[in-house]
Design a protein around this ligand. Structure first.
Ligand SMILES: [Zn+2]
Length: 115
C-alpha cells in the first residue's frame, strides 16, 4: 500500500519531528501510532513477513495487515498504523532483522494450543 509522497519525503529526513508531524497530519492517530512503533523498534523483518508488535503481533504484507482495525474499520482500503510503520521502516531501514521464518512461530503456537 503506497504512502503519500509527502510522508515519504518527510521520512527521508529520518525519524524526527518532521516525520512525526507529517504522519500526524496525514494519518491522524494511526500515523502517530506508526511513529511510535518505529521509534520503539517494534517492526520486525522475518524472512517471510514483516511483523509489528503492538497489543498483539500483526503480520503485514504489502497492502494487507492482520489487525482488526485494518479489516473492520478501514475495510482494507486505507493503511493502518502497522502498514504505515512497515512502509516507513523500509525507507529508513530501521527494522529489526530476524533470521527465521515467522510461519514457524505460528506453527509452534498452534501446537501449544492443541495440548
Ligand atoms: Zn494493522
Amino acid at each position: 500500500m503506497l504512502l503519500l509522497n509527502e510522508v515519504k519525503r518527510a521520512a527521508k529526513s529520518g525519524l524526527g519531528y518532521k516525520l512525526y508531524k507529517s504522519l500526524l497530519l496525514n494519518y491522524g492517530k494511526r500515523g502517530e501510532k506508526a511513529y511510535f512503533y518505529l521509534r520503539d523498534q517494534r517492526v520486525k523483518k522475518y524472512l517471510d513477513f514483516f511483523v509489528v508488535v503492538g497489543r498483539s503481533e500483526y503480520v503485514v504484507e504489502d497492502n494487507f495487515c492482520t489487525c482488526p482495525d485494518f479489516q473492520i474499520n478501514l475495510r482494507g482500503k486505507k493503511p493502518c498504523s502497522h502498514i504505515i510503520a512497515v512502509e516507513i521502516s523500509k525507507i529508513l531501514k530501521c527494522y529489526d532483522e530476524i533470521n527465521a521464518y515467522y510461519v514457524d512461530f505460528l506453527k509452534d503456537m498452534d501446537w501449544r494450543r492443541e495440548i
